[in-house]
Ligand binder design. Structure first.
Ligand SMILES: Nc1nc2c(c(=O)[nH]1)N[C@H]1C(S)=C(S)[C@@H](COP(=O)(O)O)O[C@H]1N2
Ligand SMILES: [Mo]
Length: 513
């Protein structure tokens, strides 16, 4: 009796795998081509970046809070899983209706291509990786079908399915090609990302040596100067931009007397100063990690703007643009009120790391990074908040966002266990602009007691502190609060990061054994 062959589960899975494999080969080829042309146009990155920009602010805040710097890995992972599920579906459909399956694969790449081209600051080249992905993925799927058909006609009479040799060789070959192209793409990217090793000018106005910090005496307190490799990183980028310092320029335009464009050498020749400034992210929760202290080398912002001649009767905003078209606003009057606003080219004696804005970024003491610290900066446009809105302004964040007075317990860690006896409670406190005057510690809800302060570096810099605690066994609650030199005391009113920075007091629970 002749039965209609129903597609077995094995066959469905096989075709799902073809869809996935073909797509992975396409993505790997696209990644390699992107690495050679525009790294950010790699399909997964283009889709991921668009997802980031479209994510509602509360969800983004939650992701930063929950996953910290892993938020990007989780995002890329989720995008990849969704794409691969769609690819598996395309493979299954292609088993019955090949053209439809191939069109789905091409369509997936097409979506990535459209998103890549729509990214701010993208150029026509950005479509190329997606085109490559479409051609390679569709061709691979088509080819896998041919191999599959051929091995099926050579099916063994014993009924144990098609001869698999051809299929195994083809899939193995494609998988190897994907791994090779992916690895090559990574290598090319890291090769292109090399070379931040540039000569920095000597500061005309150097800072005094950084004093020895409390971390040398008490384990667990944040170093007085945050090493570049440990500096926090917050930005909307999935891949770090590879900026070539020789072709990099900074343009100042908008409400200016004359538009000017400076090269890196122009900037470096302008007279650079060294300033110790603690940077803070508006998304830092009370007690959180998105704060870091560094010695910045840079040209005073006012000097750079003076090159173009600014008209502050008209403009109220500096709209900074980075190499990819990302925008950051800064209130003009705040930036020029006499504080040490910098166009920075060096960090802790080194060129800026790629992650922190190589080759040039803005640093404005006292303002959260999202309204001041534009990394990979290429343009400053003097304009008004009415006329033009930056990335976070469009997302309803505050436009004038001074860093709030805050403090953090670094040691002991929350929920840790420590032997009874003398325990050092310690951490950092910051009040950019006015400086820290006093830090108090509260144990188990009793009266606030003054902590001892570490060395003073400057009012824009954080202050280390410690408290010698005679700790008895049991669970204890530790809290910290700071007071600035104007006499303002850190508030205990809890506020979320959105829209102008968190507030409240950090209180942790520890166990003494
Ligand atoms: N081009 C660009 N600059 C940017 C950002 C960004 O997303 N893109 N993020 C800002 C934010 S929110 C902060 S807190 C600081 C963080 O600087 P860091 O990553 O060097 O610590 O950079 C700012 N500069
Ligand atoms: Mo930030």
């Amino acid at each position: 009796m002749q039965t209609t062959p129903t597609p077995s589960r094995g066959r469905t899975l096989r075709h799902a795998a073809y869809g996935v494999l073909a797509t992975v080969v396409g993505l790997a080829a696209a990644h390699l081509v992107a690495a050679l042309t525009v790294p950010a146009a790699s399909p997964v990155l283009a889709v991921g970046s668009t997802v980031i920009d479209l994510t509602p602010t509360p969800l983004k805040e939650w992701a930063i809070r929950e996953f910290g710097s892993a938020d990007k890995i989780i995002l890329v992972g989720s995008v990849t899983v969704v794409v691969l599920l769609l690819a598996a579906a395309a493979g299954i459909i292609a088993a019955k209706r090949e053209t439809v399956g191939l069109l789905i694969v091409v369509g997936l790449a097409g979506v990535a291509g459209v998103l890549a081209v729509l990214r701010p600051g993208s150029g026509p080249l950005d479509i190329v990786p997606a085109l490559v992905a479409a051609v390679v993925a569709a061709t691979s799927l088509w080819w896998l079908h041919r191999i599959d058909d051929r091995s099926a006609t050579g099916a063994s009479p014993t009924g144990d399915g098609p001869s698999r040799r051809g299929v195994v060789l083809a899939t193995g070959g494609l998988a190897a090609a994907a791994v090779t192209m992916g690895a090559l793409g990574r290598w090319v990217t890291s090769y292109r990302l090399g070379g931040t090793d540039i000569a920095l000018p000597v500061a005309t106005d150097p800072a005094a040596a950084v004093p020895q910090g409390l971390e040398t005496m008490y384990d667990g307190i944040s170093p007085l100067q945050t090493p570049n490799a440990d500096f926090y990183r917050v930005d909307t980028r999935l891949s770090v931009p590879a900026v070539d310092v020789d072709s990099w320029t900074l343009t100042i335009d908008g409400d200016v007397d004359k538009e000017v464009t400076l090269t890196f050498d122009d900037l470096a020749a302008m007279g650079v100063v060294e300033r110790d400034i603690t940077l803070t992210c508006v998304s830092n929760p009370v007690g959180g990690p998105y704060v870091g202290a560094a010695r910045w080398l840079g040209v005073p912002l006012a000097d750079v703007l003076a090159r173009a001649g600014i008209d502050s009767t008209k403009a109220d905003q500096i709209l900074s643009t980075d190499v990819d078209g990302m925008t950051i606003s800064t209130p003009l009057d705040v930036a020029l009120d006499g504080r040490d606003s910098l166009i920075a080219i060096g960090m802790n004696g080194q060129p800026l790391p790629r992650e922190n804005g190589f080759p040039v970024r803005m640093v404005v003491p006292g303002l959260y990074g999202f309204v001041s610290a534009c990394k990979w900066i290429t343009r400053m446009t003097l304009t008004t908040y009415d006329a033009e809105q930056a990335y976070w302004t469009e997302r309803d964040w505050a436009i004038d966002a001074p860093i709030k007075l805050s403090s953090r317990i670094d040691t002991p860690r929350a929920l840790s266990k420590t032997p009874a006896g003398q325990v050092i409670i310690g951490g950092v406190a910051w009040a950019q602009g006015s400086g820290i005057d006093k830090v108090d510690v509260r144990i188990d809800g009793e009266a606030w007691k003054p902590a001892k302060l570490g060395p003073e570096v400057g009012d824009d810099y954080w202050r280390q502190w410690y408290f010698e605690w005679d700790a008895s066994p049991g669970q204890h609650f530790l809290a910290v609060r700071s007071t600035n030199k104007d006499g303002d005391v850190q508030t205990d009113v809890r506020m979320a990061s959105f829209p102008e920075g968190s507030s409240g007091i950090q209180e942790i629970s520890v166990t003494i054994e």
